[in-house]
Design a binder for this molecule. Structure first.
Ligand SMILES: NC(=O)c1ccc[n+]([C@@H]2O[C@H](COP(=O)([O-])OP(=O)(O)OC[C@H]3O[C@@H](n4cnc5c(N)ncnc54)[C@H](OP(=O)(O)O)[C@@H]3O)[C@@H](O)[C@H]2O)c1
Length: 268
């Protein structure tokens, strides 16, 4: 059985914090009256939007048994500075590039869990990687998986060094897909389709293709081959993508984002 908690608080609640809060409220993982939100300036607005309570960081740490750290990486350690954590608390970080050890030293004596979610959590279609090594407290891991599974797919990673690539693929990946989507829609507009129809059709096409690729035994290469008939339209489009090094560009995007995550870790 998943460990119960009484109150859950956010230290920072911007893009990803609000995406998670929406997913958890919709998914019934928390009730609004259990949630406190602390931020720099926006706590009141976020609290009104979700029907939760605006609070100071000190209130969050005093009242909550589960605390979500969702500030930018550069603010992660200063946001924890001077807060009086207790050993029975669990701090769940969604921050890129700051190791669990580093956070555990700043939030001592609280236990710390590390995750990497993405913004589709807002509609229950997110992905979250959760650090779950052999020495981790099974109750903490189960609670984190229970929370984040309301916001989409959860994948356990046993090795923290894999969080750099998880950050690149899961955290930054939606942005890469949005750029591809925008370009597909622009291409359709170039070929004469009205803008709104182009945008809608591009998004639905990507959503359907992704859903197929998520199926059991689905392999993107086989699914691509199914669409590309000899001498047809698709293979001509694929030729254009290869000429423009589309695959290499995506590969480099993941590599660059993972490298940046490593740099952030070294700076923190
Ligand atoms: N966005 C994503 O897709 C995504 C995905 C995965 C992980 N992440 C990670 O999530 C973290 C937050 O990213 P984000 O995109 O949500 O950033 P964001 O929209 O800028 O939100 C940051 C939040 O932190 C608050 N804040 C700043 N300094 C603070 C402090 N000292 N104490 C308490 N709150 C403070 C801000 O308050 P105000 O609102 O008042 O300014 C804001 O609510 C980052 O570490 C990032 O690596 C993001």
């Amino acid at each position: 059985m998943t460990r119960a908690f009484t109150k859950l608080g956010f230290l920072g609640c911007g893009q990803i914090g609000r995406a998670l809060l929406a997913g958890w409220l919709d998914g019934g993982r928390v009730r609004a009256d259990q949630v406190l939100v602390a931020a720099k300036r926006s706590a009141e607005a976020t609290a009104q939007r979700f029907g939760v309570r605006a609070a100071t960081a000190a209130d969050v740490v005093r009242e909550c048994d589960v605390v979500i750290l969702a500030v930018k990486p550069a603010q992660a350690l200063t946001a924890l500075d001077g807060l009086a954590f207790r050993s029975e608390q669990l701090l769940i970080s969604v921050v890129a590039g700051v190791t669990r050890d580093r956070l555990a030293r700043a939030a001592t004596p609280a236990r710390v869990a590390r995750t990497m979610p993405n913004t589709p959590c807002r509609i229950g279609r997110g992905v979250t990687c959760v650090l779950a090594g052999p020495d981790d407290d099974a109750g903490d891991v189960a609670l984190v998986e229970h929370l984040f599974s309301a916001a989409g797919h959860v994948e356990a990673l046993a090795d923290e060094s894999l969080f750099h690539v998880a950050t690149a693929l899961v955290g930054s990946g939606p942005a890469f897909v949005f750029v591809a989507l925008e370009a597909l829609a622009d291409g359709a507009v170039l070929a004469g389709l009205p803008r709104e129809a182009a945008r809608r059709l591009a998004a639905q096409t990507v959503a359907g293709a992704a859903a197929l690729a998520c199926g059991p035994d689905a392999h993107p290469a086989r699914l691509k081959d199914e669409v590309a008939s000899p001498g047809g339209t698709t293979i001509h489009g694929l030729q254009a993508l290869e000429r423009r090094a589309f695959r290499a560009a995506l590969l480099e995007a993941i590599d660059a984002a993972a490298r940046r995550s490593r740099e952030l870790m070294e700076k923190s």
